[in-house]
Design a protein around this ligand. Sequence first.
Ligand SMILES: Nc1ncnc2c1ncn2[C@@H]1O[C@H](COP(=O)(O)OP(=O)(O)OP(=O)(O)O)[C@@H](O)[C@H]1O
Ligand SMILES: [Mg+2]
Length: 319
Amino acid sequence: MGVDVAVTNLTKQFGKQLIWKGVSLTLPAGEISVMLGPSGTGKSVFLKALIGLIKPDEGSIVIEGTDIASCSEKELYEVRKLFGVLFQDGAMFGSMDLYDNVAFPLREHTKKSESEIRQIVMDKMELVGLAGAENKLPGEISGGMRKRAGLARALVLDPEILLIDEPDSGLDPVRTAYINQLFIDLNAQIDATFLIVTHDINSTRTVPDNIGLLYHKHLAMFGPREMLLSSTEPVVAQFLNAQRVGPIGMSEEKDADELAAEANLEMPPLPPIPPQLEPSDGRPRRGQRPPGEWLQQNGITPPPGSFESNMSLAPGANG
Ligand SMILES: Nc1ncnc2c1ncn2[C@@H]1O[C@H](COP(=O)(O)OP(=O)(O)OP(=O)(O)O)[C@@H](O)[C@H]1O
Ligand SMILES: [Mg+2]
């Protein structure tokens, strides 16, 4: 289960505004990848391109032999069935209660009976911690609950590919920790290919198998978690360690004066690499690798204190 998503040389422009250019990466089947980037770098546009809601100007997105960027509407309709999507704004129907919102894809895309639908909806609601809230309207619940309802809806069709846009924006730290554990557990359970867009550095450091960073209209880097967390490439190190020193400024790129002013400032040393969250039932995931494996294979010494299990504050990390 779970399928590769192979993106090659993707370019998107809106009118004269170039969003990104030459983006190439493969989301490995069954693994969790996170996409980062300053606001406005086109992360949401990238997700929308992956499901064919936005047509790229150049490049290909190949899923099970079909190129989303150039296929027919009919083929696109078929490929879309592989996806579950949680949009950034939740995209709930305001006049439907949560039950009907979550049931919607099942009624739209399957011939399941109402009692089968009920079973699935209640299951997914329970999974995201919303049991009992079925009859609430989206307008009556908190932003965090809406996100979780959106996630339940993204799961009902048993997706092979799950795209999740900022699941943690507007969530409190405890709920963020729970949702991170939920992603790990879900991934172990359904074995789908995950792509999560987030601004949360703690989540980025502890959840994914792979990390990508969009910056300055390019994919600055994409690769295994340990590769990015040990990278001293200035943009990557600055972003993944939430630093002010580095090439990224308040309005994306610093100008020459700003960079000259900090020419003598050294980038702070890389912090220890935290252990990756593991499934709560101890069952390993497909994308899970032994801590330090990538670093060892590439002859890189991890920052002191890396992989010590008392570093992570997330629930479940310490058993
Ligand atoms: N349908 C559209 N038509 C024209 N421009 C668009 C469209 N969708 C997005 N854009 C532009 O593309 C750029 C990237 O937008 P996008 O929403 O992907 O950013 P983002 O990286 O997701 O930002 P954030 O972190 O704030 O969510 C923005 O400048 C936005 O205005
Ligand atoms: Mg966005």
